[in-house]
Design a protein around this ligand. Sequence first.
Ligand SMILES: Cc1cn([C@H]2C[C@H](O)[C@@H](COP(=O)(O)OP(=O)(O)O[C@H]3O[C@H](CO)[C@@H](O)[C@H](O)[C@H]3O)O2)c(=O)[nH]c1=O
Length: 339
Amino acid sequence: MKVLITGGAGFIGSNFVNYMVKKYPNYQIINLDALTYAGNLENVKEVENEPNYRFVKGDITNRELVESLFAEGVDAVVNFAAESHVDRSITDPGVFVRTNIQGTQVLLDAAKKYGVKKYIQISTDEVYGTLGETGYFTETTPLAPNSPYSASKAGADLLVRAYHETYELPVNITRCSNNYGPYHFPEKLIPLMIINALNDQPLPVYGDGLNVRDWLHVEDHCSAIDLVLHKGRNGEVYNIGGNNERTNIEVVKAILRYLNKPESLITFVEDRLGHDRRYAIDATKIRKELGWKPKYTFEEGLKKTIDWYLENRSWWENILSGEYKEYYERQYGQKLGRL
Ligand SMILES: Cc1cn([C@H]2C[C@H](O)[C@@H](COP(=O)(O)OP(=O)(O)O[C@H]3O[C@H](CO)[C@@H](O)[C@H](O)[C@H]3O)O2)c(=O)[nH]c1=O
C-alpha cells in the first residue's frame, strides 16, 4: 500500500508519519509538506533513512505537483496539511482559506482523478463551535465554527462530504479534540507553558483561564487514524477524543507543579477574540465501531510530554531563536507589558 501523508512535518502529521513508517515496513509512505513556519524536518528525523519513507517538499495547493504524486499510484491519502493556529487566523484569515479549503479541493480532485481507495480528512472538534457547561459534540452535532480557522476546516469538511455524495469518493473525516505530545509547536498552550516555565518567563493565560479543552495524546490520535484508515466505513465521520476535560488554568498549574515552578509565573492577559468556552468530544462511535481505546491518562501523558521537552531542549531552542521570536513578541509583548 502506498500512503500519501500531507503535512507530515507538522505536529500531528509527523507523529503519524513516524508511527506509520515504523508500524508498516511494507507500506510506502510519502510525506508531502510545504515546510511553512510550523513544519520541521527534525520531527521526522527518526525515520528519514527508512527505505519505506520519502519526503517531498511542496504545497497541497500546487495542483501539478499533487497530480504528479498521485500519478505514481497512491492507494490512500491522509490530509494533515493545514494552517492550525486560531490566533493566527484571527489576524490573517486568507492563508487559512487557501491552504485548508483550496488545498483540500486540489487533493480531492486528484484523489478522484486517480481513483484512490481511501481519502482521510483530519479535521477538528472546533468545527462544531462551542459548548456550555454540559453536553458533548457527537458526529451529528451541527457545524457552527466560530473562528476563521475553524470555518476554513468546516468548509474543507463540507467539500470532502460533497465529493463522497457526488462522486462516491471513499472518504472519512476524523474530528479530534486538542492534541498534545512530542513535536508540538511552541505557539500552542501546552508547549508554550512548559517552555516559558522552564525559562522562568510569564505564562500568559487568556481571560479567566476557565475555558475547557478535552486533551488527547497524539499517539492515541495516531492509533485512531490507523483504525479509520483500515476499517473506517466510507463516508463516515469519526470523532476522536480522550475524555480529559480540563480548564486551561488546571493544565497550567499541573505543568508548574511537575516542574516545581511557582504559580506567580501565571499572568492573566486579554482574552482571545471569539474565544470558544468549552470543547468536549463524545467518541462512542469510534470506540464501539472500530474498537479504539486511548492508552494514556492525561496525567501520564502530560508528564511524558514535559519530560520530552526537558530532553529535547535544542529542538525548541532552535524554534525560539528563529522567525517564531517575532511572532511571540507581536502576540504577547504588549499583553505581558514587556514592549
Ligand atoms: C496559546 C494560548 C492559548 N491559551 C488558551 C486558548 C485555548 O482556550 C486553550 C488552548 O489554546 P491553543 O493551544 O491555541 O488550542 P485551541 O485554540 O484549543 O486549538 C487547538 O485545538 C484544536 C482542536 O480542538 C485544533 O483544531 C487546533 O488546530 C489547535 O490549535 O488555551 C491561553 O490561555 N494562552 C495562550 O498563550
